[in-house]
Design a protein. Sequence first.
Lengths: 384, 384
Amino acid sequence: MLNFEFVNPVKILFGKGQIAQLGKEIPRRARILLTYGGGSIKANGVYDQVRAALQGRRLLEYGGIEPNPRMETLLPAVELVRRERINFLLAVGGGSVLDGTKFIAAAVHFRGDPWDMVVQGAPLRQAVPLGAVLTLPASGSEMNPFAVITNWQRREKLPFGSPLMYPRFSVLDPEVTFSLPLRQIANGIVDAFAHVFEQYMTFPVNAPLQDRMAEAILLTLIEEGPKSLADPSGYDARANLMWCATMALNTLIAAGVPQDWATHMIGHEITALHGLDHGQTLAVVLPALLEVRREAKREKLLQYAARVWKLESGTPARRIAGAIARTRAFFEAVGVPTRLSAYGVGPETIPVIARRLKKRGWTGLGERKEITPEIVRRILEASL
Amino acid sequence: MLNFEFVNPVKILFGKGQIAQLGKEIPRRARILLTYGGGSIKANGVYDQVRAALQGRRLLEYGGIEPNPRMETLLPAVELVRRERINFLLAVGGGSVLDGTKFIAAAVHFRGDPWDMVVQGAPLRQAVPLGAVLTLPASGSEMNPFAVITNWQRREKLPFGSPLMYPRFSVLDPEVTFSLPLRQIANGIVDAFAHVFEQYMTFPVNAPLQDRMAEAILLTLIEEGPKSLADPSGYDARANLMWCATMALNTLIAAGVPQDWATHMIGHEITALHGLDHGQTLAVVLPALLEVRREAKREKLLQYAARVWKLESGTPARRIAGAIARTRAFFEAVGVPTRLSAYGVGPETIPVIARRLKKRGWTGLGERKEITPEIVRRILEASL
């Protein structure tokens, strides 16, 4: 096991009716900004539940935070927070609203070009405290200090993080997911699965508890994901999916083990260039990356094949191929295509993405920093 | 899944050499009281590492906190903290030192009889902040808000807890366990195993991730526990055992599921009356409780038999009996006897324990509050 530091101060309020508990989690005299996305929270009753829980509080609103939230959309909110002396942000939405709100929280007190926080990881000294009401199980943003922000002008989509960006609390009521489009649920299943993979599918460091906890999430996603699609108002499957997605990226399973994140970095480029949903890019890149990196990940792939897909006989090569094929089939089965061609993206994107990654000066992606732009090219070729 | 709230603010510093990081976790101008036990930290070098990390700091010491820490031993430290205006407690030791230090932290600002905090769960308004350097993987106290305290005069041993009793940080360096007596390691394996059982071996509520995470800890204890005994200075096995023990009782696997705790409550009586080690009492009570409660726990016992011991054929009754027998054999194999008679305790203790539990006015123990003093009697008969 590798040395590690772990801390996660986020308070989770999980279950039916928990939005009503919101009031006690926000300081009584706070000046609150409620942030949200395209307005679905007004159609599905979540907005009304939040307003009821915060009756009598000083509350402003800022809507319109889009999927893959853009800095250009968020900067006016930063101004609003400063002008109105807002001192608590309440994000009501999915990962994009949460990530966008984290950016707002961080940018308010940041001096200089706020894109430097993202692209250079410029350190933060202060951030506005924030809380969240999660409406979409997927990103894990509700219990981590990370955000992924798009600079629309530059067509860049990049992650950043700071301990100041942990939500103070997150409310997770599985019932609010009942009205979500199935495409978003399916993307969420793939996103959570890919998050686990970034922290699990590397090389062994003798950390069996972390491995088994990662496998616990994968097995539960494989079991509960299809149920959560088949019966949209089945509480238990949605609850289990929601808790899986949170546990998949709250940094716990990363404690003491190597991490990859190449799938995400390549996927972000595809979204920035072609507008695919985040989950769709992961469904495309992840199986292709496994195919190209099957030697580097050999030991963990064999473990994954045995423990998750019960592939315990046949040659190692066959077991690995079987595990990759089943992973791809799982993504397809929940309704997320795993080939770039299914989204109308052709091979012409490959040199563009490789060039963009190279230009950014990265010396290598993945758990051993071995993935060069040339290997990115091969991964993308395998994903066509 | 049941509704739940989850938060755990403890910062973990895990790995080789992490004691050297201690200084940055304690406010620079703090007046620190270092608490410890029988002095083994002075023999094994931990004390020197801690002193080196805190060179130049204002530091007093209070040693002599015994296993099953007694209120009578802790009250002089409460006076010392008040008199010397100590504002940070640093516990260096195992679960008993940590629990004792939590009691000190809570008692300093408590008005009235401090035993009321324990026996009545009187609410706390303030506590002295504390940190820990863990030397013995077992109790999980390093990442939870609980303590178990003995009132020697009354021969009572009872748990209590408060969010104010979370350590600010805990340092977990597996190397400091190399010099521990094997009996303590063995007790720690049983303790961590029993902690998981109290949160897992109840009845199903459709919480498959929590179940699999609990099983992940059990499987890892079964795999790594014997290794950690066979090679006392094998880093990886000790590291894995240490992380298992922490994860077994940091409240994460309890999120959204029922809990039992009857094994612990009965075990505490045995320690209070006969002085057995905590882990020994759990090794005695746990298999006997499973035997008596096999119908109430039927579904989870079958799941446990299949997933942890791979008992998937034969009648349900045989699989359950096999799982209980293997649990008992595992405790015996790590060197902790599972029969009261092995510790020289006879049947005369049975009515005494049943009477004590009854006198305390408990309406019932266990996940359904069904365990009456009469059932306690049967459990103890099965443990002779």
